[in-house]
Design a protein around this ligand. Sequence first.
Ligand SMILES: C[S@@+](CC[C@H](N)C(=O)[O-])C[C@H]1O[C@@H](n2cnc3c(N)ncnc32)[C@H](O)[C@@H]1O
Length: 268
Amino acid sequence: MSVVKRFELRRQRNLHTAAPPRRRRRKVSDFRSLDVMSASVEVSTAVTLKTDVTTFSYPSVYETKSRFIGRLKYNEGMAKSHFQLAASVSFEGRHHASSDDLKVLVSPALKSWMQGRKNLHVVELGPSYTTVIPEALEQYLGSYTAVDFSGPLLDRQMGFLKRLPGLANCCTKIVSDTFDLVLPPSSIDLVVTSCHPPLVSAPVTDCIQVIKTVHEILKPGEFFAVFPWIFSEQAPSVNRLLLTKFALKRVAFRRGLDERLLLLLQKV
Ligand SMILES: C[S@@+](CC[C@H](N)C(=O)[O-])C[C@H]1O[C@@H](n2cnc3c(N)ncnc32)[C@H](O)[C@@H]1O
C-alpha cells in the first residue's frame, strides 16, 4: 500500500473513531530553571553567576555590540498600526499570536516560582494584547495591572481578560509610558516584563530610570521578573545597579540559550 493511501486511511480512521488523534506532548524540559547562589559584576565588567548547578561567566560586549536604538515614542503612526494589529487577533487565536518565549519559558517558569503565593498584586509592563502571564498566574492573583503606552493593544488585552471568568474581576489597565508610570511606592508583589523596549533597547539612562521605578513600586522583599536579560550586552553600570538594588534569586532559559535569561530578582 502506498504511503499516501496509508495516510488517507489513518486520517479517515481518526475522523470516525471516538478517540481524538494523538497530540504531541510538550517536553517537560523546554526550559531550565536554576537557583542563583551569587551574582557579581567583576572589575573587568564580566558578570559571573554561580548557580546550584554551574557557574556562568558573561564577558561584556557592550562597547562593541550595543543593541540600543533609543527611546520609542508613541505616535500617530504607531497608533494606526496598533489598531490594525489589535483587530487582527481573535480571542481564540490569542495564544497562537503570542511569542514562544512567553509560552514555553516566561509563563511556566513564573508559575512554578510563584507556587504557594496568594493574593499577589502583579504589574506587567508592556504586555501588548497578550494574556499569557495573567492566565499563568491566575490562581495566585489578588490583582493584575497591565501597563502599556498603546491604548488599542491594551483595550484588546482587557477585552480578552474580561472573557476569562477567573480574571474578569481582578484585571485593570494603565495606559502610560513606562517612563511616566506613577504607582504608590512599595505597593506591588511582582513586576513582570517580557521583551519590553525600555529594558531591552533603550539608552542606559532610560534603563536605569526603569530599574529605579520598578524598585520603588515593589514591596520590600518582593520580586521583579525580566526577560530577556543578556548580561554581556547590557552596560556594566546597568548590570551593577540591577544587582545592587536586587538579589538575583533564579534564572531560567530555553535549552541551549543560556545567554538570554529570564531573571527573578528580589528587592533588597
Ligand atoms: C514587543 S511587545 C512585547 C509583548 C509581550 N510582552 C511579549 O513578550 O511578547 C512590546 C510592548 O511594549 C510596549 N511599549 C514599548 N515601549 C513602551 C514604553 N516606553 N512604555 C510603555 N509601553 C511600551 C509596546 O506598546 C508593546 O505593546
